[in-house]
Design a protein around this ligand. Structure first.
Ligand code: ZN
Length: 306
């Protein structure tokens, strides 16, 4: 068994020993959901912070909620592709950067299409997609960078945010995995892309799987189940699909991505999984399913700040 990767800056391992306040999502039927400690810690300003990473490494990482960090009354939608005033969306993006201690130009994003294309974000790419959809990385569901102070942001309302960190190569990444991206193994594509671009070794990688629709709320049909069976080669790991009867299943998308990360070589002990369900707690989250497709979008974000 390899030791946990050494932290290049603060020398810290043992970062899991972080006090955290798990967020009750209002779901009394929670099944599974990962480890014993909730990695995403709710702050009063409406942000979930990936506290263990932020304490161990020079990074900011986490996820927004419906709640405006500045206390405004409007839902804190961060996506330009939903029915919202673009100027307000851009202003919220700037507010997020301000709260995180970054300049507004740091906000960098892609046009997500439920695919598995991954891009490297260079210093010249910083700020792409911030002001208009036209400048975002087209047809892209994963981004990574080794450039400090680039805030990689991706948008969510139930889909699974995947956070990646290689503390040895000082690289971060983010990916968007709904069921289609999961079936296309966007997680594995990220691991392979990190290896190609930076020489990242899977055993060095840390992964966090963020707030998203849980197995308590995510019912799918036979078509989705069949696609997952294809991805896992007919050997779907226990707990990913739970038959409900009548050709319906409960799908644990987080667990599916956890297993795909392990298949790509990431050590199980380096994968942290939330238990927070976005569909159970619509007072706090946007939920595509719970709001019948009219939801805004949260942003998952990560940046090296050192
Ligand atoms: Zn739920």
């Amino acid at each position: 068994m390899s030791p946990a990767p050494e932290d290049p800056r603060r020398g810290g391992v043992g970062v899991r020993a972080t006090a955290s306040r798990a967020v009750p999502c209002g779901c009394g039927k929670m099944k599974g959901g990962g480890g014993t400690m909730e990695p995403f810690v709710w702050q009063e300003n409406g942000l979930f912070r990936l506290a263990a990473w932020e304490q161990a490494y020079p990074v900011v990482a986490g996820m927004t909620s419906r709640v405006d960090p500045d206390g405004g009354p409007e839902p804190f939608n961060l996506a330009l592709h939903v029915d919202d005033d673009p100027q307000r969306v851009v202003a919220r993006r700037e507010a997020l950067c301000r709260v995180l201690g970054l300049p507004p130009e740091a906000f960098t994003c892609a046009e997500q299409v439920h695919g598995n294309r991954i891009v490297r974000v260079t210093a010249q790419d910083r700020g792409r997609g911030r002001l208009a959809r036209e400048t975002a990385f087209p047809a892209t569901d994963g981004m990574h960078t080794d450039v400090p102070n680039v805030l990689l942001a991706a948008f969510f309302a139930d889909c699974v945010p995947l956070f990646f960190l290689d503390p040895v190569r000082r690289v971060i990444g983010i990916a968007h995995a709904g069921w289609r991206g999961t079936v296309l193994d966007v997680a594995g594509e990220m691991v392979r892309s990190l290896a190609v671009h930076y020489g990242t070794r899977p055993r060095d990688l840390r992964v966090a799987i963020g707030p998203s629709i849980g197995p308590c709320c995510y019912e799918v049909d036979e078509r989705v189940a069949a696609a997952l069976r294809t991805t896992f080669g007919d050997d779907v790991p226990a707990g990913v699909l739970t038959a409900k009867g009548g050709g319906r299943y409960w799908l644990d998308l987080r667990r599916a991505n956890q297993k795909l990360c392990e298949r790509a070589g990431i050590l199980p002990e380096n994968i942290e999984v939330t238990s927070v369900c976005t569909s159970c707690a619509t007072g706090r989250f946007f939920s595509h399913r719970a709001e019948k497709g009219r939801a805004g979008r949260m942003a998952a974000f990560v940046a090296w700040t050192g």
